[in-house]
Ligand binder design. Structure first.
Ligand code: NDP
Ligand code: HSE
Length: 425
């Protein structure tokens, strides 16, 4: 099988290294010799993390997608502009395509899959979600007997690495982000990681596969981790919780919730203990019940593991010309996140005057919201205090009402921090 690679950076370099290391055993298992014959890069003179002595390099990526001998194209450049054209061309030229590019699939996947089906080729993207975890294959194969009720997961390695280092080593957000970039975990534009866009793209892909719907990336409620402070992390710890950046997709009646946001989860839940660059996805199916998929969410060889698994999938089905695509799509409306019920963590900064607590609890009473736990701490010599509250399960609209009422009051000193609290297991 002749393979052409677009991009030889973290993931592309990892693919070449893993094929070099395990190519012989893959050949024994599949009976097929995989040869990477051509790879496109931006700068041919740059040092590589892999041996390129047997690979022709080019700075023209269209040479790869138009090459007559190439059977499979691996798109490992990233972004949605050039790569869309490259993938479309490869598909039209009758080549199977494997990509790790969740941005491309989330934005253009519906059309690209149609085009792949029309051209009787496969478009696979296991590596686009949760790096090395075979979560797409698990949903499509191992869990295929189930009606999926929900899935929730840590699906961005960079964000989890940042939150873990902030919690465990008290490190500064920007400092940890720089390290994640140097380790090759972060996206070319790291705001995709910290503002939740990358996780929203992945959630859209998972939800489409789990629920058999179209990709609906533009409907995912998305909130990042950039406003999570060390104080929030410490208060959460004091209350027995860990803050994780979760993607949640849940079937509710005839609709689905699709949301990505920081979330307090009890330290006793399995996902609370998924740290560093590791990812985990918890899936609830009606037959199996709950199952958890755990592994490295980013990095060279971990991601290469998923890319090559797709390649082997193509080898195993090549003669039967198996086509990937959503079968008959279910119509599930995405529920407006402003109307969902949840528990919440609230952090207020107030002047610690007499009667403030009574005024705050009065506002909660007006909205019929109960307080489960409360911490009050004086934080400076100006008599300012943090009040941290965990609510019972309430409607998001009521919390927004409480926020507006408190922020309008004379004792309030800052915007209120609001974080969802969920129980998953
Ligand atoms: P890198 O930035 O490490 O690598 C990108 C590669 O693409 C580089 O080799 C670069 O060339 C090449 N490239 C860029 N522009 C062009 C161009 N115009 N023509 C030809 N080649 C080009 O990215 P990653 O490997 O980290 O990511 C690749 C994809 O994989 C992205 O979609 C990302 O979201 C996804 N992904 C990444 C993971 C990770 O852990 N990093 C995990 C899962 C998915 P040059 O080297 O010469 O600059
Ligand atoms: N930037 C992504 C992450 C890469 O940190 O999870 C893996 O998709």
């Amino acid at each position: 099988m002749k393979v052409g690679i677009l991009g030889l950076g973290t993931v592309g370099g990892g693919v070449v290294n893993v094929l070099k290391k395990n190519g012989a055993s893959i050949e024994r298992r599949t009976g097929v010799n995989i040869q990477v014959i051509l790879a496109a890069v931006r700068d041919i003179k740059q040092d590589r993390i892999c041996d390129t002595s047997n690979i022709k390099l080019t700075e023209d990526p269209f040479e790869v997608v138009n090459h007559p001998e190439i059977d499979v194209v691996l798109e490992l450049i990233g972004g949605t502009g050039l790569t869309k054209k490259l993938v479309e061309t490869a598909i039209k030229n009758g080549k199977h395509v494997i990509t790790a590019n969740k941005a491309l699939i989330a934005k253009h996947g519906n059309k690209l899959i149609q085009s792949a089906n029309k051209n009787k080729v496969r478009l696979l993207f296991e590596a686009s979600v949760a790096g090395g975890i075979p979560i797409i294959k698990s949903l499509e194969q191992g869990l295929s007997a189930n009606k999926i009720e929900s899935l929730a997961g840590i699906i961005n390695g960079t964000g989890n690495f940042i939150l873990t280092e902030m919690k465990e080593k008290n490190r500064d957000f920007d400092d940890v982000l720089k390290e994640a970039q140097s380790l090759g975990y972060a996206e070319a534009d790291p705001t995709f990681d910290v503002e939740g866009i990358d996780a929203a793209q992945k959630l859209a892909i998972l939800a489409a596969i789990a629920f058999g719907t179209e990709l609906q990336f533009d409907k995912v409620f998305t909130k990042g981790i950039s406003n999570i402070t060390t104080e929030d992390i410490n208060y959460a710890t004091e209350l027995g919780y860990t803050i994780k950046h979760l993607g949640i997709a849940k079937r509710v009646g005839n609709g689905i919730e699709l949301r990505v946001h920081p979330t307090l989860i009890s330290n006793e839940e399995l996902i609370a203990n998924v740290n560093g660059v590791m990812n985990a996805v918890l899936v609830k199916g009606d037959a199996l019940g709950t199952s958890l998929y755990y592994g490295a969410g980013a990095g060279e060889e971990a991601t290469a593991s998923s890319v090559i698994a797709d390649l082997i999938d193509i080898i195993n089905n090549q003669t039967s010309n198996h086509i990937l695509g959503w079968k008959s799509q279910e119509k599930l409306t995405v529920i407006d996140t402003e109307s969902i019920d949840s528990e919440f963590y609230l952090r207020l900064l107030v002047s610690n005057m007499k009667g403030v607590l009574a005024k705050i609890t009065g506002i909660f009473h007006q909205y019929n919201v109960s307080i489960e736990e409360l911490i009050q701490k004086q934080i400076d010599e100006n008599n300012n205090a943090h009040i941290v509250i965990i609510t019972n399960k309430v409607n998001t609209k009521d919390i927004m009402g409480i926020k507006a009422a408190i922020e309008a009051s004379e004792f309030n000193q800052d915007n209120m921090q609001i974080i969802h609290v969920e129980s998953l297991d």
